[in-house]
Each structure stands twice: as C-alpha cells, then as structure tokens.
Design a protein around this ligand. Structure first.
Ligand code: ZN
Length: 221
C-alpha cells in the first residue's frame, strides 16, 4: 500500500507530490453505478453465470495503473462470504475490509477512510450474512470470566446494542440481530468524518448475504 498517508496529507506519487484533495480518481464511478455493478455481479454469481476469469489482465492493470477499486466492502471474515467471489469480481475491483462480525472498529474506519479519501471510492457496503457466528457469540459476551485478554469478546462487544434491539423485534432472533448489526455499523460509517466531510456524495449501504441462494439482499436503511 504505497503512498498511504493520513487524510489531507501528501500523497507520494511517481511524478511528485499532490494533496489528497487534488488526487484524481478517474476509475471510481458514482455510487449508483458502483451499486449497479455489485448487483449485476451478485446476480451472475447467484445464477452461476460467472464472467470474471481474466486474472492475468487484472494483474497487468493493477501493476500498470495502481489500485483502483470501484467500491469498498466491509464484511465478515466468514469463509462462506468472500466479496470478490459473491460479486463476481477480480483483482483491483473491491477495497475489502474484514473481521469477525463486520464490526466497525477504529482500524476499520481507518481502512475505509483510506478507501474513500485516497482511493476515491464513492460507495461503501457493509455486508453481513446469515448464520453469523460472531453475532451469535455476541449473545454471550460477558458471561465467561477470563484470566487473559479476550480479543474476540473485545471485537464483538460493539454488536451488543444490535442484540438488545433484536430481542425486542418479532421474528427470528438471529436474523434480526444480523440485520440490526448491519444497520448499526452502517450508521457508524455514515457518521464518520471521512463520509460526512468528504466533499462529495458518499453512499454507505448495507446488505445481508444469503448462504443458500448466494444472493446479497440490500437493506433499505
Ligand atoms: Zn459472520
């Protein structure tokens, strides 16, 4: 990740220095176009009509033109939910940030800030999924005393408000918790300064990946 800087600081480039505000992002489409691309890719994946197979061309493009994702995706680390696969994309298409439970942490915000301000994406998608083990685990935080640092518990503790909300809703408890977790995390990203003060419209969307159908259901948030 060469050229990585804090927002507003200088960007190192081959031909000199430019401020982040002056950096050009000719490959980042508007958010609606980016969302349409994701929808189309997921439709291909869910119907097993995959288009993406030319990884050699991807490698050449990435080497010659640098990193040009058209969207950022925050999703769970679950092995069943790989963004490039479920959106039928290849190298240099998506800026992906992952952890167990698609939790918005300081580190996640830093990564997304890089994607928005320095790579120029106009769309951020928070992608949860059915049967999320991290969300399940968040039902039980604080119940096990541990003599050592519990890193997992620290990671998933921000899911707890979604659990409390889900318990008040009718229907399937885990399904509701997954949805409320996505809603909660979308709200956190939307209120981050790199979104509110980006100087251009940034769309933050939320979705749930369905394990059996392979479909990403975009939420109306
Ligand atoms: Zn998960």
């Amino acid at each position: 990740m060469t050229g990585l800087t804090v927002a507003g600081a200088v960007l190192a480039s081959a031909d000199g220095l430019a401020t982040a505000d002056e950096a050009h992002h000719p490959h980042a489409p508007e958010s609606k176009e980016a969302l349409d691309k994701l929808r189309a890719g997921n439709a291909r994946f869910s119907t097993l009509q995959l288009h993406h197979e030319d990884f050699l061309e991807d490698r050449r493009d990435a080497a010659e033109h640098g990193s040009h994702p058209y969207a950022a995706v925050l999703c769970c680390s679950d092995t069943r939910v790989s963004p490039e696969i479920v959106f039928d994309e290849g190298l240099n298409d998506l800026f992906v940030v992952r952890n167990a439970g698609n939790v918005v942490t300081t580190g996640v915000l830093g990564s997304l800030e890089y994607g928005v301000l320095e790579l120029g994406v106009n769309l951020v998608v928070v992608l949860g999924h059915e049967d999320c083990g991290a969300v399940k685990a968040a039902f039980h935080t604080g119940k096990h005393a541990s003599a050592t640092e519990d890193y997992l518990e620290a990671l998933i503790r921000p899911i707890e408000p979604a659990i409390r909300l889900a318990k008040q809703l009718p229907g399937d408890l885990l399904e509701n918790a997954v949805r409320e977790n996505v809603r909660l995390m979308v709200g956190k990203v939307r209120s981050a300064p790199f979104v509110t003060d980006a100087g251009r419209p940034i769309t933050v969307a939320g979705g749930i990946y369905r394990l059996r159908t392979g479909k990403v259901e975009l939420l109306d948030l």
